[in-house]
Structures are given as structure tokens and as C-alpha cells.
Design a protein around this ligand. Sequence first.
Ligand code: CU
Length: 410
Amino acid sequence: MDNHMTGHMTGGTIFKKMPVRLLGGLIAAGLALMLGTGMAVANPVDGGLGLQEAASPFMEQVHQFHNWVLMPIIVGISLLVLALLLIIIFKFNSKANPTPAKFSHNTLIEVIWTGVPILILLFVAVFSFPLLFSADVIPDGKRYLAQDTELAETFTSKSDTEFVIANDFSEHRRLSSKDHVEVFVIRNGERRELTYRKEFKLSGLKTDEVTIALTEPLAAGEELEIIAGRSRVGAKKFLDLFGTDNSQIVVAPSINIKVTGFQWGWNYAYPDEGDFEFNALIKKKEDLDDTSLYLFEPTKRIVVPVNETVRILTTGREVIHSWALPVFGVKIDAVPGRINESWFMATREGVFYGQCSEICGKDHAFMPIAVEVVSREEYQAWVDSEREFAGLEPKYTNTIKLAANADQAQ
Ligand SMILES: [Cu+2]
């Protein structure tokens, strides 16, 4: 009996050392994966690991959700299951445990393994439901400027320090908290956010008129910008504890793009900018230049201005496609016979790639998407070149010239 035991002890010590190393390796791999996902990778790159660097406040919020909520839970569950498996393998194999227990069922354990997953899902829902809501509801924020521009509303000023904006949002979206108003001072093109209570106060929330009272009047050459609305999006302080608040109130879309998926390509139209549309098919390998990515580059990129909200309206011509752009956090089905909508606001200039994300037929893998984010001036010039191509009069050239003349006159 003793001999029998010692013989197996030797084998046991080898096994006892192994799981520690194995476990260490797995923890290291898990941590590497976690860190990897936080790493910034701009656009698809060879050997890229983790999510692409976000280019919209919505996607920043998605990253936060992924890095701080999902990854820790997934790593925790994986390690727990691994530990349980190792316990079973080493403690309850036929040699270590020759006479197995005969019982089956354990009410407490069964209640725990039903209840705990429900609690985990509820915890995840606390963070994922607001994200789903943000993706689904088109932002309705408003921008108020002293000088009225095409894209802004004006506020009225009562005095040097008191400014009034109309709280004319729909009933359930009215301004009711300090989080629904952001105040900026613009000086020589630099934009600085004022802090609530210290630099400005609010009154009249929940009523028809909201008053923003500055602690100090504006200096000469300073301009006031007020952004109001409930559509606050972006990475917030996690659980009000960690990180910095990068969230912002997103204003209503200034551009609508109609996207029609077809076998196999995309058709784009800009209904506000005139009666023109174009197709974007996959670009052949021999036509690629240094600035384009093989299999990601379409024959034509769509162009949008930076820091403006774009509404995407999708539909399909014959089967369901899906317009997906990872860096903006957009993935919206294009369904024949109906129109879906989504939105994005690009926060930096550049070219961003996506692909069809619905298995739509034999060339599903070959309907790339490329969005070129540029300044408003470049966007307007692009619109006019598209209009010219479609035989239309320019829409913006005159206004650009007028603005340029006005600058010279000052
Ligand atoms: Cu498709």
C-alpha cells in the first residue's frame, strides 16, 4: 500500500509544478491580450492586434466598454473555468480519487450557477444599453453662436454675462441637467471649455428658456459657443472614478448620406447637396497606389467633414448588406424595401476603411467602404466637383469666395 502511494507521489509532484507554470503562462497571455486591446492601431495593418484606434466619440465609449467591462469579465470567467478544470483533472482523476462520491445534484450550486450569470449580464447591460441607445437615436444637440452661421443657432444676450437659449427640444429631450449644456470660449480660433459653477452657472433648466450666466464677462475678441442637448456621447469617467471625462454633446446631423448596398458594391447619394450619386466598387489590384489598401480600397471614397454629425440612411437593392465602419462604431444593415439609419461624427481627418458585414453572396468579401474625413472647406470643394460632374451649378464656391473676401476686408 505504502509503495503504491509513493510511486504515484513522484508523478504527482511533476503534475503539481506544471499547472502553476501553465496558469502563469495563461495569465500572462490574458494580460497581453488585455493590454493589446488598449493599444492604438490606426486602420487595418499587418499583424494588428486589438481594436482599431477610435475616430469618433461613440467608438471611444465602445472601447471603454470593451476594455473596462467586457475584458475583465471575460478574463475572470476564463480563469475561473480554467481553475475548476484543473482541480477536476488533478484532484478527481481515477488515481488521485479512486473511490468517487456517488451523489448527484446540489441545489445551492445550481442556484449559484444560474444566478451569477444573470447578475453578470445585468452588470453588462448597465453599460451596453446606453451605448445601444446612442447608436440608435440620432443626436439632436444644438450649437449656439453669437454670429449666426448656416450650421448654428443664435442665443440672445440679456447682459454682458447673461445669455439665453431656447429650450425647444421635444418634451422628453428637454434640457434638465447641467450635463445637457456645454459652454466654450473661442479666442483666436482656440476653443476652451468653461467649468460649471466656477466659470458659469445655469438657471431655467426644465423651462422654456435656459440662462447661462458667466462669472466674468467675455474679454475683447472672445466669442461664446454654447452646445446643448441630451445626446452626450464618449468615454466618461468609469463608474465616476477612473479616467477622464471625454464625453461631449453631439449636435444634430448637418449631412445625410443615402447608402444603397447591391451585389456587389455601394451606391452613395447626398440628398442635401444635389441630385448626384455614384457607385463604389472594389478597386482592382493593378489600379492601387501607395495611399490605398488592397481589398479595402473602393473605386470611389465618400467624403465627409470632420467634427460634424453625419446621418447614414441605408437600404438594399436585392439582398441584405451591412454598412460597417469599425473606427466610427457604425454597423447598420441595408435591407431591401426599408430604410435604416445610423450616425457618426468623425473627430479626426484621414481615410477610414470598412467592409460589408452581412453575408450577401459570392462577392460579399469584395465590397469595401472608404470614408475620407476632411475639413469643411475641402468637403464643400468636393461637393462642387461632384455637382460639376453631374452637370449641376456649384453650390458652395460662391460662399467660399464671399467668406474669403470678407476675411480680406477685415
Ligand atoms: Cu454585402
